[in-house]
Design a binder for this molecule. Structure first.
Ligand SMILES: CC(C)(COP(=O)(O)OP(=O)(O)OC[C@H]1O[C@@H](n2cnc3c(N)ncnc32)[C@H](O)[C@@H]1OP(=O)(O)O)[C@@H](O)C(=O)NCCC(=O)NCCS
Length: 338
């Protein structure tokens, strides 16, 4: 990349972090499938470890282009979580995370895609400002090369979204639903148990909060239980230190046949002070399920007409999902051979 100085090069395979987890009841929701917030936390933890292999320190999660939840992981199933770095900028690293279910241990059912994500971490200095990491990612195999190209295309595609990020912290207005749209609000104090590094809230904790708030909003709108279907884009503007209060807002923005798109925004400020700034903002789409776990139609009087922006996001979401389903977005973990 132009203007980026490399004093070190690593290939994607060297950043691969992999683990196997059996889905226990502590990680599931009322439907007996893995809670979206728990899955997101697991994915972010793996991706953080991959990013840290590139930047040689703990990196902050700056943004998520997408996480697609392809199928539920049920209690008792073994899941394989794999993350690896695909491309790097001056201070940033783009990471893919893939979760597959291998079914209930002992039953040979092959593997099934559970979730796939593409997210960006940023190396920071002691003041939590971006610092150059001087590491280049050099693909060795054709798979690594093709994935690096796709990651760079995603990086290019988010350029427009990021142009506004310097002003976003000052816009503390909550997301506004259209007429008839549900909303919900929650608050939480950032405690040491919410951090992993730098004494600021861990992205996994923030995502858990936003996903759960979004699910409450979506199920209110859909009038029935929902599961997380797609997250993104979602950006983190400012780190939130221990002792701050997060006030998270969600609004149902538009509905499809069985889906509800929810806008989420987190504001933060020191405990006991009126000052507030926006620290995260994004979109999460939920799918309404019937008692058999199949997508279920949202009642016509609960439908929300999309705005022009919501229509554009819907198209982009469908484009990404189609690319994943067709294998065009071939984010499978690198190996020595491929
Ligand atoms: C991430 C953060 C340090 C970036 O700060 P910034 O002022 O936007 O920094 P810059 O404009 O210098 O951009 C730095 C790099 O981050 C990238 N970046 C910034 N925001 C991004 C986003 N939302 N998504 C993807 N990349 C992003 C830029 O493209 C740039 O990449 P490069 O250096 O490789 O060219 C800042 O937004 C932040 O602290 N956010 C909160 C992070 C956090 O606490 N995460 C935990 C979640 S609660």
């Amino acid at each position: 990349m132009a203007g980026v100085r490399c004093s070190r090069a690593i290939r994607p395979l060297e950043s691969l972090v992999e683990s196997y987890v059996i889905v226990g009841s502590h990680a599931t929701n009322a439907l007996g499938v893995m809670h979206g917030g728990n899955l997101l936390r697991l994915m972010v933890d793996h991706a953080s470890a991959s990013a840290s292999r590139v930047v040689w320190s703990y990196a902050l999660l700056a943004g998520i282009d997408f996480v697609y939840f392809a199928s539920p992981a049920r209690e008792g199933e073994a899941i394989r979580v794999a993350s690896w770095a695909l491309s790097a900028g001056r201070s940033s690293v783009d990471v893919a995370v893939r979760v597959e279910s291998l079914g209930v241990p002992g039953m040979d059912v092959g593997s099934r895609l559970v979730a796939l994500g593409h997210m960006t971490f940023v190396a920071v200095d002691g003041s939590l400002r971006p610092r150059p990491h001087h590491t280049c990612i050099t693909p060795k195999t054709s798979l690594e090369e093709s994935q690096a190209e796709k990651s760079k295309a995603l990086r290019e595609a988010r350029r427009k979204r990021l142009e506004k990020r310097k002003e976003e912290p000052f816009d503390t207005s909550p997301p506004e639903p259209p007429q008839g749209g549900a909303r919900a609000i929650t608050s939480k104090i950032v405690n040491p148990s919410d951090t992993i590094a730098y004494n600021v809230v861990h992205a996994g904790s923030m995502l858990y909060l936003l996903d759960e708030l979004g699910a409450v909003t979506a199920s209110k709108q859909a009038r029935g239980p929902v599961v997380t279907g797609f997250l993104g884009p979602l950006d983190f503007y400012r780190p939130v230190p221990v002792g701050y209060v997060i006030s998270a807002h969600a609004a149902a923005l538009h509905t499809g046949r069985s889906t509800v798109e929810v806008g989420v925004k987190a504001l933060a400020g020191p405990l006991g002070e009126p000052w507030r700034e926006a620290v995260a903002k994004g979109y999460i789409t939920y799918v309404k399920l019937d008692p058999a776990g199949k997508p279920s139609t949202i009642p016509s009087d609960a439908r929300l007409e999309p705005s022009r922006e919501a229509k554009a996001r819907d198209l982009e979401r469908r484009r990404i999902i189609a690319m994943i389903e067709d294998g065009e977005l071939d984010f499978t973990p690198p190996s020595q051979a491929s």
